[in-house]
Design a protein around this ligand. Structure first.
Ligand code: FAD
Length: 478
């Protein structure tokens, strides 16, 4: 297993083509915009090397029998599923933001099951190939970006019906030694600071979409790949000092890219699906369920920090002992713990798959994420309510540091006299950072927009059985 520093050094040895603000980035580890995201991912490495967190952060590989970082593990028990959620809550309490490594983790677990099922039906050898690649990932403790979401073009058209065939990732050439793919993956969390990406289809596929049924592993710096790093709310504050960013060491959300795949060659031993359209829907649903499970872990850990910041602001404002403030804080805790309950429930209700690994309860995993799309907004609304308007009107850090204006800011931004204005501003900036635009949009759309969960909830919840319960009690016979 690598330490955080070894992970950072490993990133210096790869050379992805990444652009931000019109310029090519030389090294993500040193770049002021990407550095905080690297720090956050490095936490997943450092904690795994700390004996205090060994139980949550590490597991025994069923492929090699060796101890591995849990983010490279294929779940072997219900305990593994539960520990994943607890691990994510714990890391999120330390970073206050996304640590990016879960998407690849979930893609790997979904691919493990899907390749097994495809081989069983078609006699292919995807599963063995995948296990070989997984062993390489575990042995080198790699960070893998989970690359599902295509750019999708016209949302009402299937991949093969789009005006531009590249709007969904697809195979453009099959060669003796591998395939060549074109397309683009959008909103790629942690891609800029990952070693490889695991590409999978983004939607169910129909006859005629065979070229779009492609899953494969590709190094982030492979020939033909260009990454364009996305902007976030208040991102330029990182170039102007630490205080105004709110969480200068770890940033906001994951640091997402648009990743363009322009005639990228993938050798056959890295191809894990090629043409099996009938497995795309199940594959996507499995990845999504594993990924939706996470939101009651990481978002609850982040909420723990946000609730703490809100409680501190109330103390600094002199309102913390008021019963209405206590009630609002209690509501925030209730909303967060509800998401945690759902994550634990979908893990405890997990099942063993024929492939040998463990899979979460799909219905309950979708409940986690649907709650998240609402609860995180309400938690943030309550945080803003309690904090007061100054979180939206605070002056620049440089004005605080300028003696001409700083003396007035120090004097007039004091609330409860037990705390300094500077400390009050620091906590306010953290609260602003964690409850703002990019963070909330991620709670809404990360792992799928709410409607995607509703489709799964209706599909999984056996409404016919519920009708029967009602008819039995009402003595209705049809
Ligand atoms: C911060 C962040 C990080 C992410 N990280 C990753 C990642 O690491 N890996 C990854 O693979 N993905 C990632 N995603 C992508 C995420 O899964 C998608 O954002 C999500 O699936 C929604 O897709 P979209 O953004 O294209 O929105 P759209 O599909 O455009 O959806 C927008 C709205 O339109 C609705 N809609 C869509 N299609 C239709 C239709 N045919 N008819 C009617 N309504 C429709 C949706 O329900 C939604 O309400 C991330 C997203 C965010 C925001």
């Amino acid at each position: 297993m690598m330490t955080g520093n070894e992970y950072k050094e490993s990133l210096r040895k790869i050379h992805p083509r990444i652009y931000y603000m019109g310029e090519k980035i030389d090294c993500v580890v040193d770049h002021p915009m990407i550095k905080p995201h690297v720090n956050s991912a490095a936490m997943t490495y450092d904690l795994a090397c700390d004996p205090m967190y060994e139980n949550l952060m590490t597991a025994t590989s069923h492929l090699t029998g060796k101890k591995v970082n849990r983010f490279t593990h294929i779940h072997q028990s219900i305990e593994d599923l539960v520990n994943k959620v607890k691990m994510m809550r714990m890391i999120a309490q330390k970073t206050g933001t996304c640590f990016q490594r879960c998407v690849g983790f979930d893609a790997m677990n979904a691919t493990f099951i899907t390749t097994y099922n495809m081989d069983k039906k078609y006699g292919t050898n995807y599963h063995e190939r995948f296990k070989k690649w997984m062993t390489y990932v575990q042995e080198n403790d790699l960070m893998i970006a989970g690359a599902m979401t295509d750019v999708k073009g016209n949302r009402s058209l299937k991949p093969s019906k789009q005006a531009d065939p590249d709007l969904f990732t697809h195979v453009v050439e099959k060669r003796e030694d591998g395939v060549v793919i074109c397309g683009a993956k959008a909103h790629m969390t942690g891609m800029a600071n990952s070693h490889e990406m695991l590409i999978l289809p983004t939607t169910n596929l129909l006859d005629g979409d065979q070229d779009y049924a492609i899953a494969c592993a590709v190094p982030v710096d492979a020939e033909g790949i260009t990454h364009i790093f996305g902007r976030q709310t208040n991102d330029q504050r990182r170039l102007q000092g630490d205080l105004d960013t709110g969480n200068s060491e770890y940033a906001i959300v994951g640091g997402e890219t648009l990743t363009v795949l322009d005639h990228v060659f993938v050798p056959w031993d890295r191809v894990f699906m090629c043409g099996e359209t009938d497995f795309a829907q199940d594959y996507v649903a499995r990845f999504a369920a594993y990924h939706r499970q996470n939101y009651g872990g990481c978002k609850v850990g982040n909420s723990d920090v946000l609730i703490g910041a809100t409680s501190m602001i109330a103390k600094m404002n002199g309102t913390r002992k008021n019963s209405l403030i206590k009630d609002k804080l209690t509501e925030m805790i209730h909303l967060a713990e509800t998401m945690y309950c759902c994550s634990l429930a979908c893990s405890y209700e997990g099942v063993k798959e024929e492939a040998g690994s463990y899979y979460v309860n799909t219905l309950l995993a979708n409940e986690v994420k649907l709650n998240c799309t609402r609860n995180m907004y309400e938690i943030s609304r309550l945080a803003h309510d309690i904090a007061g308007g100054f979180i939206a009107t605070l002056p620049h850090e440089w004005d605080l540091n300028n003696p001409e204006t700083g003396k007035w800011i120090e004097k007039f931004f004091v609330g409860n006299e037990e705390y300094t204005a500077r400390d009050r501003i620091k906590i306010a900036r953290l609260l602003e950072n964690m409850s703002g635009g990019t963070a909330l949009a991620e709670s809404m759309h990360g792992a799928g927009s709410p409607q995607a969960m509703k489709v799964m909830i209706l599909r999984e919840s056996n409404v016919e059985q519920k009708e029967q319960f009602a008819m039995d009690l009402a003595h209705v016979k049809l």
